[in-house]
Design a protein around this ligand. Sequence first.
Ligand code: FAD
Ligand code: EPU
Length: 278
Amino acid sequence: MSRFTTLGVGGEAEVWTVASHAQLREAMSAPYRILGGGSNLVVADEGLSERVIRLGGEFAQSELEADPALGTPEQPVTGWVGGGVPLPGLLRKLQKMGLSSLEGTVGIPAQLGGAIWMNAGTRFGEAFDGLHSLEIVSPEGRLVVTPTELPWSYRSSGIPRNHIVTRARLKLRRSTPEAVQERMDAADTARRGQPKNRTPGCAFKNPTLPGGERLGAGKLIDEAGLKGARIGHAMISPEHANFIVNLGGASAADVHALLSLIRDRVGIELELEYELWP
Ligand code: FAD
Ligand code: EPU
């Protein structure tokens, strides 16, 4: 799994890349996990017993047309994008077409399906801002839902685990390539202090106090004096304390140990943003 995750950690697993709904149904006939861009995962060194499903084929394609009528009130959306489509490439394509939708998620190395499942985002926008509807496949069958039917919130879609986002229809607004690029640049500026090393992004969600105030997990970890703390080949980034980075050859056990250290030292309860598999 180290090959399939941005952290570059994880033992053996049986990976099934599915190209069609028929193959997906077959893959779902035994215990499984659904893999996106692997950008929020810490996979155990021992590997996984369940099969891992990756979306390829029709799920990695998009049907976006450069239709001049797009984005008008009469025709606000068109086209579907597969859940297995990498978000960075999708954003580049939309920018070139002058279509505004998901600029706030710039810099997130997810697949569209994974970004939706987590409702990935930044303070400039999140996946659900740009969604019109989505297709979900579960062991019970296939359905299409709209965001209003889901209890989505910060970093959560409310979609049950192992329900697979196979396609999404985006809300697209007609804009210009220049204006879309400007919004992407603004969102990207906020990421300047983030490390370039191998990592699964922020370790913890930003906690909300009972009064509603949101604190920065990175700031709290930094204030606990943990920047640069190292266990094995994993380190709390000196650039941004909510990022644990792989210095080369890190194990999942190294990362787990750093997560425990953070929880011991930060005086406030932190909820993990990553997923630990298994
Ligand atoms: P994975 O990591 O592969 O999987 C994560 C979860 O999503 C798993 O439960 C998986 O089963 C599920 N999943 C994946 N695909 C599907 C699907 N098609 N259908 C249903 N479930 C699915 N996150 C942010 O929110 N904001 C950021 O600014 C941000 N910055 C990041 C920067 C870096 C450098 C990195 C490495 C990560 C960053 N992340 C950020 C974290 C991560 O990109 C997000 O959590 C993203 O949503 C994970 O998507 P993924 O496709 O990589 O999913
Ligand atoms: N800060 C510190 N020390 C640190 C890190 C941050 O003092 O080590 C301070 C900064 O100086 C700033 C404040 O904390 O004043 C907020 O920092 P930043 O702008 O980096 O935002 P964040 O809340 O730490 C969030 C998301 C990121 C997203 C950025 C940019 C969460 C958990 N993190 O970080 O998302 O990229 O905003 O919008 O919500 C992710 O979820 O994986 C992720 C990377």
